[in-house]
Write a protein that binds this ligand. Structure first.
Ligand code: ADP
Ligand code: MG
Length: 157
């Protein structure tokens, strides 16, 4: 169920999350709106994925993404959050984020401590970086999807 829909193309506005303090952990996650999340296949597994991301018509960067249960909606709705593996000068709330999800890393997990959570995410990031250098994932970085007009919302290819 995790891999069936991949590669998965998605584009939407970056909205305010629910302040879990991702940025304070050094791992900010750009959240998609509820509407974009609802457009995801309902049988796409929660968990950690990786792929490519681009803000507005900027450069395409590696990313890790979580599809998780959204605590703000008492875990009956999902959230989709993208951590772009790049250091940005400024926040980009309100901008259009384009992503292609190319691979799956692991299911969602609970961690006993913030330290354990951070080190798991660091491992996810290293895994994503390695996988994305392989030809089958690297080729999607150059996909035409990233060069389509910004305003156009495309949730599937
Ligand atoms: P929120 O709860 O509002 O999502 P976060 O702490 O997760 O807050 O921070 C997310 C915001 O940080 C994004 O919406 C974006 O504007 C900004 N940001 C800066 N750098 C990055 C990055 N490398 N990846 C994702 N978001 C980033
Ligand atoms: Mg976030």
């Amino acid at each position: 169920a995790a891999m069936r829909h991949l590669p998965y193309f998605c584009r939407g506005e970056v909205v305010k999350g629910f302040g879990r303090g991702s940025k304070e952990l050094g791992i900010p996650t750009a959240n998609f709106s509820e509407q974009v999340v609802e457009s995801f296949p309902s049988d796409m597994s929660t968990g950690i994925y990786y792929g490519w991301a681009c803000v507005g018509n900027g450069d395409v960067h590696k990313m890790v993404l979580s599809i998780g249960w959204n605590p703000f909606y008492k875990n009956i709705k999902k959230s989709v959050e993208t951590h772009i593996i790049h250091t940005f000068k400024d926040d980009f709330y309100g901008e259009i984020l384009s992503i292609v999800i190319t691979g799956y890393i692991r299911p969602e997990k609970n961690f006993d401590s913030v330290e354990a959570l951070i080190s798991a995410i660091q491992e996810d990031i290293e895994e994503a970086k390695r996988q994305l250098d392989l030809p089958e994932h690297l080729k999607l970085k150059e996909d035409n999807f990233f060069h389509l007009p910004e305003g156009k919302t495309v949730n599937n290819h």
